[in-house]
Design a protein around this ligand. Structure first.
Ligand code: PEP
Ligand code: MG
Length: 576
């Protein structure tokens, strides 16, 4: 029977495939008792899971280098010790043999017992170690679950599927798309999340906020993800499939029309030239950027090199990726943003702090980099070495204060000096810029400009911080509004200050690639736009219809607007 689940489109397009449900990683504990003849097999199963968890820890430990090895290594050693604890292991075996517990249930019971002991301790440090118990037990539980889910493994290698999940982390999404996933239906999430950005970048149709997706679908159900309507159609009818085929034809036709704009200049209706840059995460996007006649890479999100793996990429690996990007752009500038981990870009390398009470306001972006100078220097060295191959700019994320830029500049100078001593050819000067995504940076833009060569406005984050609305929380969808007049005033302020100082200001948040925002951004005086390559032609097309002179005259009225509707009304009158 045909059913329609509604959500919000995070990445447009349509996809047809079979559903693959991914249940949240909560371990369902089977509390039924073992029969006599199952006991020894269960003891062996527990043994294998503990061994697998130990092997994981050894592997993880072996990959840590430098300061990280000291800091994180300590925790890993503590976890290893726990896994070797004779009392813990014999306790677990005893529960299986005498109590007929299943391994998962025995682990849970042991965990509860140990946690109670830790909780009763007076020493706050020892009390805090209960977290270690939780981590270790969770590791063994997940090793047990992996043994049980060979059926799931078979599914994992199947192509042509639509992922149905409660939420999807960016790293997971990249991995899944490599495995042939065609589209994503997510129960929660928002269109400004990093997963959504990545889905757009991979042209993976994605719906978010489809609240009952996991409950309403079964593995193998045929699903049509319709990013045009924000719907997932379960068991589509012949009519739906005709619509899908029409969409495919129409998308191909529109693609051909826009393709004619590929190498064109970007001119407004009154012939003002604008520059379109690309936000790149994947090597293929670099090639695309050139093919589309972009002015360069405006935002290279370097953290995606770190997200897909469980260890830090070496200086050499980073250098090769950065160098290839620079070579790929054939003389056009590449803006490398330094590592922006933290908040929803949690990594698997153990670099970002775990369990911060308020990660979006925590140690992310440059705050994390400055606390990990060895890791940061490794990245800066790789970028500086890549700068021998073409024009490179260095962009620093999550800057709050000019002093952070000064600290980064000092570190860059040290790295450059060391590299020269080692015999590398490093250019004399580097352009260093700050992302404006923290309200303090926007309000204090003049101080920031005095220590920067350029600025890049990150409206995805700036909007969430100005409006105090989490970009990943779909419940706040209405409040997270890039047309909010307070945000627009800040944007205008930053663009004006940059233009007056004669320093380039680009905008690289998602709205830079949204044709609906083109007239507004032209009205605010923006010259440089940076967006996903898939948006370049649509934006060039939309901007060609903007009359920049008339829109600029509208700017003071936009600044006085009291509501988003008033802003939208003004732009509509202008034909935007
Ligand atoms: C932004 O915040 O607008 C931005 C471009 O950075 P990211 O989306 O990677 O946080
Ligand atoms: Mg950001």
């Amino acid at each position: 029977m045909r059913r329609v689940l509604t959500g919000i489109t995070a990445a447009s397009g349509m996809a047809l495939g079979r559903a693959r449900l991914e249940q949240p990683a909560r371990f369902t504990i089977d509390t039924s008792l073992l029969s006599e003849n199952e006991i020894e097999a269960e003891v062996a199963r527990l043994g294998r899971a503990i061994e697998a968890a130990q092997a994981e820890l050894i592997e993880l430990r072996g990959k840590l280098r430098g300061a990280l090895a000291r800091e994180v290594g300590e925790f890993i050693d503590a976890h290893s010790l726990l896994l070797h604890d004779a009392e813990l292991i014999s306790g677990l075996r005893g529960m299986i043999r005498k109590g007929r517990y299943r391994a998962g249930a025995a682990l849970k019971a042991q965990r509860d017992k140990l946690v109670a002991v830790f909780d009763a301790m007076d020493d706050p440090y020892l009390r805090s170690r209960r977290e270690d118990v939780d981590h270790v037990i969770a590791r063994v539980q997940s090793a047990l679950a992996r043994q049980a889910s060979s059926e799931e493994k078979k599914l994992a290698s199947r192509v042509g599927e639509i992922l149905i999940a409660d939420s999807v982390a960016p790293g997971e999404l990249a991995h899944l798309s490599d495995h042939g996933i065609l589209g994503v239906v997510s129960g929660s999430g928002s269109t400004y999340s990093h997963s959504a950005i990545l889905a757009r970048s991979m042209r993976l149709p994605m719906l978010v906020g489809v609240h009952n997706a996991l409950a309403d679908l079964r593995d193998g159900d045929l699903v049509l993800v319709d990013g045009e309507r924000g719907e997932a159609v379960v068991h589509p009818t012949a009519q739906d499939l005709t619509r899908y085929r029409n969409w495919q034809r129409e998308a191909a036709r529109e693609g051909r029309r826009l393709a004619q704009l590929a190498q064109a200049r970007t001119l407004t209706a009154d012939d003002r030239e604008l520059r379109l840059f690309v936000n790149a995460e994947l090597p293929a996007e670099i090639a695309q950027a050139r093919a589309l006649g972009a002015s360069g890479i405006g935002l290279y999100r370097s953290e995606f090199l770190f997200l897909k793996r469980d260890r830090l990429p070496s200086e050499e690996e980073q250098f090769e990726a950065y160098r290839d990007a620079v070579l790929g752009m054939g003389g056009l500038p590449v803006t490398f943003r330094t590592l922006d981990l933290g908040a929803d870009k949690a990594d698997a390398t153990g670099l970002s702090l775990s369990a911060e009470p308020n990660p979006a306001l925590g140690v992310r972006g440059v705050r994390l980099s400055l606390r990990r100078p060895a890791v940061f220097a490794m990245q800066l060295r790789a970028i500086l070495r890549a700068a021998c191959y073409g024009p490179v700019r260095i962009l620093v994320p999550m800057v709050t204060d000019a002093s952070e830029m000064a600290a980064v500049r000092t570190l860059i100078n040290h790295c450059a000096r060391d590299l020269r001593t080692e015999g590398h050819e490093i250019p004399d000067q580097f352009e260093i810029g700050a992302m404006v995504e923290v309200p303090a940076a926007a309000i204090g833009v003049r101080a920031l400009l005095s220590v920067c060569d350029f600025l890049a406005i990150g409206t995805n984050d700036l909007a969430q911080y100005v409006l105090a609305a989490d970009r990943n929380n779909d419940a706040l969808g209405q409040l997270y509004d890039p047309l909010h007049p307070a945000l627009l005033r800040l944007l205008a302020r930053v663009i004006r200050a940059g233009n007056r100082a004669g320093k380039p200001v680009s905008l690289c948040g998602e709205i830079a690639g949204d044709p609906a925002f083109a007239p507004l951004l032209v009205a605010l005086g923006l010259n440089d736009f940076s967006m996903h390559p898939g948006r370049i032609l649509n934006m060039r097309d939309a901007l060609s219809r903007c009359d920049s002179k008339a829109l600029r005259e509208l700017a003071p009225r936009i600044m006085r607007a009291g509501s988003r509707d008033e802003v939208a009304g003004l732009l509509l009158k202008q034909g935007g």
